[in-house]
Design a binder for this molecule. Structure first.
Ligand SMILES: [Cu+2]
Length: 313
């Protein structure tokens, strides 16, 4: 199992600790990982290297204490501790993927494309059609997937469905993300448009796409609505669709594999923001996202990426 280490943080003392599963003294990081891997309810733990007392919670912690939680973290800085998050599926930066990982990913997309149409296990074209419906039909526009408060949660559910379908062909597959703030070119391994039957602009110009400074400002947004609006529009989500061009600026954008890597990075930014603003919830946590069978969960059920069984490693 993959783990993501977040150095020098602990669960925020003044947050809701009702998700605490247990505390194990005299532990090691390795032992703590084993405990967490045996208990599916555990999504993360923090491990104390030094004595620590936290404001808000009336408890002190000793070196070797491992404190386990379910649900989503809300971190505060804690130089005495490190946090470790479980990842059943570890989503990686595309620029760190091995040749085999690329081959597996591309082959799984091809397998999904070749799969027959099915109402219970939609194939690639049916999954693309779901996005077209979300943008183009009056019923679909009510799902709030674009220009609305369900942009992040709807696409999180959409990506997870796609990833699960790819993993049904090869369980080693994960969704990669394309960090276009750092890598300002189309990933080479997906560069051949004829391989995917899609169109793109011939000379993409990334000058209008967000830079590190824009990202810093984005992560400082203090309300969900502000964050969601900012990340959906220029110079983030919308700009990258525009820069790639061709099918990526159409409602059928998911037909280009780049869509999934692009949205995976948007979801990673959402995940990063959530770690820093853990007390914030979606304005409508109970709303059921649509349409089944591709999108079935509520906003609340997709709020924690750790509960969904993946992490960015
Ligand atoms: Cu979309």
């Amino acid at each position: 199992m993959d783990w993501k280490k977040i150095p020098n943080v602990a669960m925020y003392g003044k947050s809701d600790w009702s998700d605490k599963v247990r505390k194990t003294p005299n532990c090691t990081v390795e032992k703590a990982k084993q405990i967490a891997e045996k208990d599916p309810s555990i999504t993360f733990f923090f491990f104390c290297r030094e004595n620590m007392s936290l404001g808000g919670i009336n408890e002190s912690f000793k070196p070797g204490d491992a404190i386990f939680f379910s649900g989503a973290p809300w971190y505060g800085s804690a130089p005495q501790c490190d946090s470790y998050e479980k990842a059943v599926v570890g989503r990686k930066n595309q620029n760190k993927m091995t040749d085999t990982e690329w081959q597996n990913f591309k082959q799984a997309i091809k397998d999904l494309k070749a799969a027959p149409e099915s109402d219970s296990s939609p194939n690639f074209q049916q999954i693309v059609q779901c996005h077209i419906d979300a943008m183009r039909t009056p019923a679909g526009q009510k799902w709030g997937a674009h220009g609305g408060i369900n942009f992040l949660t709807w696409h999180r559910a959409y990506l997870q469905h796609f990833e699960a379908r790819l993993r049904s062909f090869n369980s080693a597959v994960f969704l990669p993300y394309w960090d276009w703030i750092v890598d300002r070119a189309i990933p080479k391994q997906l560069g051949k448009t004829s391989e995917w039957g899609v169109t793109r602009r011939s000379n993409p110009n990334f000058s209008g796409v967000a830079k590190t400074k824009d990202l810093e400002n984005l992560l400082k947004k203090t309300t969900f609505i502000e964050f969601s609006e900012a990340v959906e529009n220029a110079p983030f989500h919308n700009s990258v669709h525009g820069v790639v061009g061709g099918d990526m600026v159409s409602a059928a954008s998911p037909s280009d594999p780049l869509f999934w890597l692009h949205h995976c990075f948007i979801d990673k930014l959402f995940a990063n923001w959530q770690r820093m603003h853990g007390n914030i919830k979606h304005p409508n946590m109970g709303e059921v996202l649509l349409p089944p069978p591709i999108i079935t969960k509520t906003n609340g059920q997709v709020w924690s990426f750790l509960n969904l069984g993946y992490n960015y490693i």
